[in-house]
Write a protein that binds this ligand. Structure first.
Ligand SMILES: [Zn+2]
Length: 268
């Protein structure tokens, strides 16, 4: 199903569900990030490799995008950010759009080129606790710095009376629980099936703890690494639903989630 401006309205599209090296760069799954539409206001979060093409194939014109948010500078989260900005700004013809990113995404060896940044209306360097009004009905905040080697933030959208949290890459720590409390929809990057102490990513057991403590209405796991794919993410999601009592889904590439009904849109 190709989307149009109308059918994209108030939807979240998973332009990718790949996490980390093997799955993202072995192209076992797409890594195009999350595309949100809030009453016509479009936000592209973490446009990894292929984001521009995956969006286009889904019917999404990157020129519709108003804001791009990078949780961090790892390439599976930002490889296509320059393509997306180039499309947003019609190659610099139109100065428009907002970028949010941590400082190290634009300092030394910048992942967002100086050239594309210059075509944007605003570049906001994210710091812990920051909060911005994006439209009359939409606010984004960055409640806590994650533990992930490079500077990394998750985000919390407050849209009308709905809370939507995205826990991007991080090692588990208990501060995540309070930071993302109040989320009705909780999206988590669950790269590992079993916890591996040397790797700064969430495991499925830790995701289960976060879901149980944060108590969203619905949780969606994404950003799967190899061990999660081997464990079949939908089975892991079912097990978490059973153990927490909270509806937990495993995202798949190009999955469309309705932000009003909180249901996955059936695709033909
Ligand atoms: Zn990362």
């Amino acid at each position: 199903m190709k989307l149009t401006k109308e059918t994209l309205r108030n939807k979240l599209v998973f332009l990718g569900t790949a996490g980390a090296r093997y799955v993202a760069f072995g192209f076992l799954r797409q890594a195009g990030g999350l595309y949100f539409n809030f009453d016509g206001f479009n936000v592209h979060v973490d446009p990894g490799p292929g984001a521009f093409v995956h969006a286009h194939r889904k019917g999404i014109d990157s020129h519709w995008t108003e804001a791009v948010i990078l949780s961090h500078r790892h390439l599976d989260h930002c490889a296509d950010v320059n393509h997306v900005i180039e499309a947003m700004t019609l190659g610099g013809k139109k100065k428009r759009g907002i970028l949010f990113c941590p400082e190290d995404a634009v300092s030394q060896d910048p992942v967002v080129l100086e050239y594309t940044r210059g075509n944007l209306k605003t570049v906001n360097i994210v710091k812990e606790g920051d909060s911005y009004l994006l439209s009359d009905s939409l606010k984004v905040s960055f409640p806590i710095k994650h533990a992930h080697r490079v500077e990394t933030y998750g985000l919390f959208f407050k849209w009308k009376n709905i809370g939507i949290a995205y826990i991007s890459d991080t090692r588990f720590f208990s501060g995540l629980i309070d930071a993302y409390k109040g989320a009705d929809l909780l999206i988590l990057n669950v790269t590992l099936y079993k916890k591996r102490p040397v790797i700064d990513h969430l495991s499925s057991e830790e995701a289960s703890v976060l879901i149980k403590e944060i108590q969203p209405k619905v949780a969606v796991m994404t950003h799967f690494g190899r061990t999660m794919l081997e464990a079949k993410p939908w089975l892991v999601a079912n097990a978490i639903t059973d153990s927490t009592g909270i509806k937990t889904l495993a995202a798949y590439d190009n999955m469309i989630f309705d932000l009003e009904s909180f249901q996955v849109v059936r695709q033909r």
